[in-house]
Design a protein around this ligand. Structure first.
Ligand SMILES: [Fe+2]
Ligand SMILES: [Fe+2]
Length: 183
């Protein structure tokens, strides 16, 4: 569980740190443990990127200098990451091909997070008052609390698909939850 943050920038940076940690955990484990770590990473990335797309980027787009362009680049990076994640989700996590593709995704997602921190989040404190940043933080936290969980690996695949579905479905359901949360 995440700790309570009232500052949206601190909260997002904390999620970036958790994402970085889970990428390492996937690489450093094998078999069932790797599947579990990958499964946790998919959910966290779905929650994090969806909350950014629904709440954080729209704020940046209209409030920071050159926001339109900064956000456009970040959204493109997120789209690519989601596609890569979907492809990985269909692969055997212990195969060499998975590891190769996973290494590329890791590099891209960590570069993406750095770009957000440097070109987007770094400007927030200057352009918004505390109250506004707290409202954003509450929306991001609500997204994490309300997002669907995926059944653990090992659960029957047909059941898994019926209950939650693959990466795209996790993202769709998270988006619905976020939209409900921000009303
Ligand atoms: Fe992002
Ligand atoms: Fe991010």
């Amino acid at each position: 569980m995440t700790t309570e943050h009232t500052d949206v920038v601190e909260l997002l940076k904390e999620q970036h740190a958790r994402i970085r940690h889970l990428f390492d955990e996937v690489v450093n484990t094998r078999g069932e443990e790797r599947k579990q770590n990958f499964h946790d990473l998919v959910r966290l990335l779905a929650v994090h990127e969806t909350a950014e797309e629904e709440v954080v980027h729209p704020f940046a787009r209209t409030n920071i200098d050159g926001g339109e362009l900064v956000v456009k680049d970040r959204v493109e990076e997120e789209e690519q990451a989601k596609q890569a994640l979907s492809r990985l989700d269909d692969m055997d996590p212990d195969s060499p091909e998975f590891l190769d593709r996973f290494a590329v995704l890791r590099q891209d997602v960590l570069a993406h997070a750095e770009n957000e921190e440097r070109y987007e989040f770094a400007h927030f404190a200057r352009v918004a008052d505390r109250g506004r940043l707290e409202t954003l933080a509450r929306a991001v936290q609500a997204a994490e609390a309300l997002a669907p969980t995926r059944p653990h690996p090992g659960t029957d695949t047909a059941l898994k698909n019926a209950v939650v579905g693959p990466v795209a479905a996790v993202i769709d359901r998270t988006r619905d939850a976020v939209r409900k949360a921000i009303g």
